[in-house]
Design a binder for this molecule. Structure first.
Ligand SMILES: [Zn+2]
Length: 140
C-alpha cells in the first residue's frame, strides 16, 4: 500500500519519526471515516503530500512541530485536510500510540529556531551528499 515515493526516498531520523506519526494518525482517521481496508486512495495521496513537505521542509532536522511552524508550507486544501484528520486522531493517538503521541506533544515545547537554516532540508542534503542523512533502521 506504500507509494514508491515513500520507499525510495530516505528521510532523516526525526523527519521519518514525524512521518510515522502522521501515518498512524491518517490510518486512525481513514479507518473510521472512509470504510476501507488499509488506506483509501485519497489518504494515500495525502500521505504522499505530507511526505514531500517533510522532505522539503527548510528546517530539516530542526523542524518545529507543524503547529508552531511559522512557514505554513501546506496548500489550503491539504492544510484543511490535515487539520480535520489530526483533530480527530489526536486524542486517539494517546491510547493507540502513546509513545509517538507523547513525543510529539513534548516537541511542542521546543522553541522554533530563530532563523530558517540555509540549505538544511532533507531534500537538499540527500541530493548534495547522501551520507549526511542519518537513516532510521526502524523506518517502515
Ligand atoms: Zn481514507
Amino acid at each position: 500500500m506504500d507509494n514508491p515515493l515513500t520507499t525510495s526516498i530516505i528521510l532523516s531520523k526525526k523527519l521519518s519519526a514525524e512521518y510515522k506519526t502522521i501515518k498512524a494518525m491518517v490510518r486512525i482517521y481513514c479507518r473510521s471515516h472512509h470504510n476501507t481496508h488499509g488506506l483509501c486512495a485519497d489518504c494515500i495521496s495525502f500521505l504522499d503530500y505530507a511526505f514531500t513537505r517533510l522532505d522539503r521542509c527548510p528546517y530539516g532536522e530542526e523542524k518545529p512541530t507543524c503547529n508552531k511552524c511559522p512557514i505554513h508550507c501546506y496548500k489550503p486544501a491539504e492544510k484543511k485536510q490535515a487539520k480535520t484528520m489530526m483533530g480527530f486522531a489526536g486524542a486517539r493517538m494517546l491510547l493507540r500510540h502513546p509513545i509517538m503521541a507523547v513525543d510529539h506533544l513534548w516537541r511542542e515545547y521546543i522553541p522554533v529556531p530563530k532563523e530558517v537554516p540555509k540549505a538544511n532540508s532533507n531534500r537538499h542534503l540527500r541530493l548534495s551528499d547522501s551520507k549526511k542523512i542519518q537513516t532510521d533502521p526502524t523506518y517502515d
